[in-house]
Design a protein around this ligand. Structure first.
Ligand code: NAD
Length: 455
């Protein structure tokens, strides 16, 4: 099929490349000329494992092209996927849906032929119905131009696999024709046994918001338990592991630590709270306010523990920060807990040197006041404290004996609770985690197999 993908950021670039990979002819459209030109040359403007090679192959084969022109898209496409951003509105918890609205406003008058416009962006429930009536009003193709909503559940870091082998496809549709078109778009994926759930527009929108709210709740729950463990001298890592073996609970999203961030979970949680209030069911969502509060508290707690470990003041203190992205395997620093902590202690007077294997450039753009080091050793040289804030797997391979030789004080705070602290302790480090009382235990650490369960 001829498919357009409008908005080629983290979601859209992956979606466009994957649609080409499964056999469609794809045209990507983005208003950002720099991004578009790089993509058109087969380059990827962000780090996503496995994407570069596939996207380049699709561009070389001409199955994937890029353009600035919605008119070209309207002429070319049988299916138009909308993948533009829906960030948090500044000064409010609500979602800013203006980019989605702009695409509908600009694209609809150009739609002369029968087609399906498919929203993939995450939007507050009710947005799709509004967009559907706007499309019906503006499209010259009339009822031949329909709207569907097909939310996306991919995880950055696993985006290619999640797109090609999703857990499910959710299709918000208003006609058998839209349903049939979406089934044929995803035919190779559905043939592999992927569940396909057809529903109305509003349920489809809400599935996405509810999924993110649930994931956030799971993370905040285990973080609340981390506080209980710390107070009771129990071990949150073992507790999470044991809990996860219950098949009703599962291991994923059960890693206690610095909490969640990123371009999706926080803003989607807040947008759902706002929408709940608008719908008069704010009380029912009160749990999500606690989820947000617990998550914000993780940063505060990390800073408090770090400040104590640094001797109560950051004056003349050097802090090494390991990790800047909001989670490993991505260079995305939107609402990164690691960067928030780094910026806060720098503001309190510390000299902060940050290392991240992939996200240093994005971090520097957001926080130019911090220093950035090209490797772990340089970040840690003369450090009074090492803060492990994003759990890149390579940090688990650090040799604590060697690193001890470069720091000023061998003090480690593992705010992700994944480092083999027994090794660090044996190498002479003072170690702390979140949900663990420092020095009260002989050590812990997760092996790669355990991490796999938790990712
Ligand atoms: P992003 O900011 O990386 O990408 C958005 C892109 O849209 C940008 O390249 C921007 O230039 C482009 N754009 C904006 N207005 C445009 C317009 N009028 N016409 C054409 N292009 C336009 O954002 P993202 O992370 O890709 O997220 C996009 C949507 O997908 C959001 O609603 C997000 O919540 C949802 N989502 C994201 C992920 C993820 O992991 N990033 C996962 C699932 C869902």
């Amino acid at each position: 099929m001829n498919i357009t993908v409008i908005g080629t950021g983290y979601l859209g670039a992956v979606h466009a490349a994957c649609m080409a990979q499964i056999g469609h002819d794809v045209l990507g459209v983005d208003t950002d000329a720099e991004k578009r030109n790089l993509l058109a040359q087969g380059g990827v403007p962000f780090f996503e494992p496995g994407l570069g090679e596939m996207l380049n192959r699709m561009v070389q084969s001409r199955a994937l092209r890029f353009s600035a022109s919605l008119a070209e898209a309207a002429e070319f496409g049988e299916v138009h996927f909308i993948c533009v951003g829906t960030p948090q509105l500044s000064g409010s918890f609500a979602a800013d849906t203006s980019s989605v609205e702009a695409v509908i406003k600009d694209l609809a008058p150009l739609l002369m032929r029968d087609c399906l416009v498919v929203g993939k962006s995450t939007v507050p429930v009710g947005t799709a119905a509004r967009m559907a009536s706007r499309l019906a009003r503006l499209a010259p193709a009339g009822s031949g131009a329909e709207l569907a909503w097909n939310p996306e559940f991919l995880r950055e870091g696993y985006a290619v696999r999640d797109t090609l082998e999703p857990d499910r496809v959710v299709a918000g549709v208003t006609s058998a024709r839209s349903d049939a078109i979406l089934r044929s778009v995803y035919a190779p994926i559905l043939a592999a046994g992927t569940p396909y759930i057809a529903t109305d527009l509003q349920t489809a929108e809400l599935v996405k918001m509810a999924a993110n709210a649930f994931l956030a709740t799971k993370i905040s729950f285990i973080n609340a338990m981390a506080d209980v463990c710390a107070a009771a001298d129990a071990d949150i890592v073992t507790l999470a592991r044991a809990l996860g073996h219950d098949s009703r609970i599962g291991h994923r999203g059960m890693a206690a630590g610095l909490g969640f961030g990123g371009g999706c979970l926080p803003k989607d949680l807040r947008a759902l709270l706002v929408r709940g209030d608008e719908l008069g069911v704010g009380e029912s969502l009160r749990i999500l306010r606690e989820v947000e509060r617990i998550n914000a508290g993780r940063r505060v707690q990390t800073i408090e523990i770090a400040t104590n470990l640094a001797g109560g003041s950051w004056t003349d203190r050097n802090a090494a920060v390991l990790g800047a992205s909001f989670k490993p395997q991505t260079d995305d620093v939107r609402e990164s807990p690691a960067l928030a902590v780094a910026a806060e202690i720098a503001a309190a007077g510390a000299r902060v040197r940050v290392h991240d294997p992939r996200a240093a450039d994005n971090a520097r753009a957001l926080h130019p006041e911090l220093e950035y080091a090209p490797d772990v050793e340089k970040a840690c040289t003369d450090a009074d404290i090492v803060l492990h804030l994003t759990e890149w797997s390579e940090y688990r391979e650090i040799d604590p004996v060697g690193l001890r030789g470069v720091v000023r004080q061998p003090v480690l705070l593992d705010a992700r609770n994944v480092l083999p602290l027994d090794h660090w302790q044996a190498a002479g480090w003072t170690v702390s985690g979140l949900g663990i009382q420092a020095g009260k235990r002989s050590g812990y650490g997760l092996g790669p197999a355990d991490r796999k369960e938790l990712d």
